[in-house]
Design a protein around this ligand. Structure first.
Ligand SMILES: [Zn+2]
Ligand SMILES: [Zn+2]
Length: 461
C-alpha cells in the first residue's frame, strides 16, 4: 500500500495537464511493470495513453484510469487556506491522481481474485489521458480500442460515496482566433482593426444568446490571447476559447454552429478576420442501470472507508471554509434519503456512509469523455468520498486535500469495490448480457457518432 501512496503523492506533485502527462503516465507504467505486468505505452496515437492486460478469454473488462490535472489550480497540500497561484499554476483540482491510483488498485485486486478463484477473464487497466481537455477516451472509443471489451468500469473521487447515475452533457471545445490590424490607439485609430474587440463582441453576442438556449445547455469561455498588454496599441491578434455543452451529440452540434455564427458576426462587425479552430468534442453519457445495480450491491456489502479522529479534525478545517447553510441548500439529485444526508452534513466533517440513490436518466451539468466509452460498451462508475464536506470538484480545497490519508483511503476503497463488482460480473455472464441488452435498447437506432472528425489526431493547442 505504501508504494501506492507514494504514487498518489508523485502524481499530485507532477500535476500535468492533458496530453502532457509524461511523468505521470511513466510513473504509472513503471509501477505496473514493477508489479510484473507488461505495459503498452502510447496507444491510439497518444504518447501518454497506455494499457496493461492480464488474464485470458472472455469476458474482457476494462478499468479506466485518469491522471491529468487542471490549469489555474496550484495549492499547498494540507493547508486549509487559499494560496495565490505559483509559477507552476497546475493542480489536481479534480482528483484524477486519485482516480489513477484507485483504478490501479482495482486492477491489482481483480488480478488477485482471478488468480485465487481461478476465473477466466481478461482485465485491462486503461491509462486514459486528457480528461479535462483533450478527451483521451474519445480517441480510444473512436479508434476501436474498446471493440473487444465487454464492460468498462471506473470511478471518480467525490465528497460523497455513491453509485453514479444519470447522463452528462456532450461538449464541443473550440478556439475563435481573430486577426486585425495594429495601429496607434490615439494617433491613428482609424487605421486599426481590433482583434480584441472582436473577442469582446463574440462574448457579448454569446451572452445574449444564452437566453435563447435550452436549460440543459451551457456555454463557457476563457480569453486565451488578449493581443498584448499595451492599451495604446490596437490589438492585431486575439483569441478566445469556448466550451459548448448540450444534452446530446446532435444538439451540441447545432448549438456549436449558433456560437460560431456569433463569432462570424463579430468579425463582420469590426472588419477583422476569423479562424475557427475545432479543438475536440465528446458525447453524452449513456447510463446503465444493470451495472449500477451490481455496483450498489458491492457498495452495500463492503461499506465505506472508516476515519480516525485525526482525519475528522483534518476534514473539519476544510469543511469550515464553507457555509453549512449553503451546503444544505444544494440539490442532492436522486439521493433516496436527503434528510439523512443533510443530517450527516451538519453532524459530520465528511461523508461517512453509503449514500443510496435512485437510478436516473436525467442529463446533469458537466461532461466527461467517459461518455464516448459508454456509447460503445456498457459502462458504469462510482463515487467514493475523498474529501471534507463542502469541497467540490475544481476547487482549491480538493487540490489541498489531494495528498491526505482520507483521499488515499477513498482511492483504495474505490479499487476494492470495482474489483468486487467485476468479480460478480465475471461469475454471472448473464449480467453482462443484460447490460449489453440495456445499452442496445437505450441506443435504439442511434449509432455512435464521434464528435471529433476521423482526420483530427490527439493534440494540444
Ligand atoms: Zn474535472
Ligand atoms: Zn474529473
Amino acid at each position: 500500500m505504501e508504494d501506492l501512496k507514494k504514487l498518489q503523492d508523485d502524481l499530485w506533485g507532477y500535476a500535468e495537464t492533458g496530453f502532457k502527462e509524461y511523468k505521470s503516465a511513466e510513473a504509472m507504467c513503471k509501477y505496473l511493470e514493477k508489479k510484473g505486468f507488461e505495459v503498452n505505452r502510447g496507444i491510439c496515437n497518444m504518447d501518454t495513453a497506455f494499457d496493461a492486460v492480464y488474464g485470458s478469454g472472455k469476458p474482457v473488462i476494462a478499468i479506466l484510469a485518469e491522471y491529468d490535472a487542471l490549469d489555474g489550480m496550484s495549492q499547498e497540500a494540507d493547508v486549509a487556506e487559499y494560496k495565490p497561484l505559483k509559477d507552476s499554476t497546475t493542480g489536481q483540482g479534480c482528483g484524477h491522481h486519485l482516480l489513477g491510483v484507485g483504478a490501479i488498485n482495482a486492477f491489482l485486486e481483480l488480478k488477485k481474485i482471478i488468480d485465487e478463484e481461478n476465473l477466466e477473464a481478461t482485465i485491462k487497466l486503461v491509462g486514459c489521458p486528457a480528461e479535462e481537455a483533450g478527451s483521451g477516451k474519445t480517441y480510444l472509443a473512436r479508434d476501436g480500442y474498446f471493440d473487444d471489451v465487454d464492460i468498462a468500469l471506473t470511478w471518480h473521487p467525490s465528497n460523497i460515496s455513491s453509485v453514479s447515475t444519470g447522463s452528462h452533457q456532450a461538449c464541443i471545445q473550440c478556439y475563435f482566433r481573430f486577426k486585425g490590424v495594429s495601429s496607434h490607439a490615439a494617433g491613428s485609430p482609424e487605421l486599426g482593426r481590433s482583434a480584441l474587440d472582436a473577442v469582446e463582441l463574440t462574448n457579448i453576442g454569446v451572452n445574449y444568446l444564452r437566453e435563447h438556449i435550452r436549460s440543459d445547455e451551457r456555454i463557457h469561455y476563457a480569453i486565451t490571447n488578449t493581443g498584448g498588454h499595451a492599451p495604446n496599441v490596437v490589438q492585431a491578434e486575439a483569441e478566445v476559447r469556448y466550451f459548448v455543452r448540450s444534452s446530446t451529440g446532435p444538439r451540441v452540434k447545432k448549438l456549436y454552429e449558433r456560437v460560431c455564427n456569433v463569432a462570424r458576426g463579430a468579425a463582420l462587425m469590426n472588419d477583422t478576420e476569423l479562424e475557427i479552430i475545432f479543438d475536440e468534442g465528446l458525447v453524452d453519457i449513456v447510463p446503465n442501470f444493470t451495472l449500477e445495480k451490481v455496483f450498489r450491491d458491492s457498495f452495500i456489502k463492503l461499506g465505506v472507508p472508516k476515519y480516525t479522529e485525526e482525519e475528522r479534525e483534518y476534514a473539519k478545517k476544510f469543511k469550515d471554509t464553507y457555509d453549512v447553510d449553503v451546503l444544505l441548500n444544494q440539490t442532492y439529485e436522486n439521493v433516496k434519503d436527503v434528510k439523512k444526508l443533510k443530517k450527516n452534513i451538519i453532524e459530520s466533517e465528511l461523508n461517512d456512509y453509503f449514500v443510496d440513490k435512485d437510478h436516473s436518466d436525467v442529463c446533469y451539468m458537466g461532461s466527461s469523455d467517459v461518455g464516448d466509452v459508454s456509447w460503445v460498451v456498457p459502462t458504469a462508475q462510482i463515487n467514493v468520498n475523498c474529501f471534507s464536506y463542502g469541497a467540490s470538484g475544481h476547487s482549491w480545497q480538493w487540490v489541498a486535500q489531494g495528498k491526505s490519508s482520507i483521499s488515499f483511503k477513498g482511492a483504495i476503497h474505490a479499487g476494492i469495490i470495482i474489483a468486487d463488482t467485476a468479480r460478480t460480473l465475471i461469475k454471472n455472464p448473464n449480467l453482462i448480457e443484460k447490460a449489453k441488452e440495456e445499452l442496445k435498447e437505450r441506443l435504439g437506432d442511434q449509432e455512435y457518432e464521434c464528435l471529433i472528425p476521423k482526420d483530427v489526431l490527439p493534440h494540444v493547442y
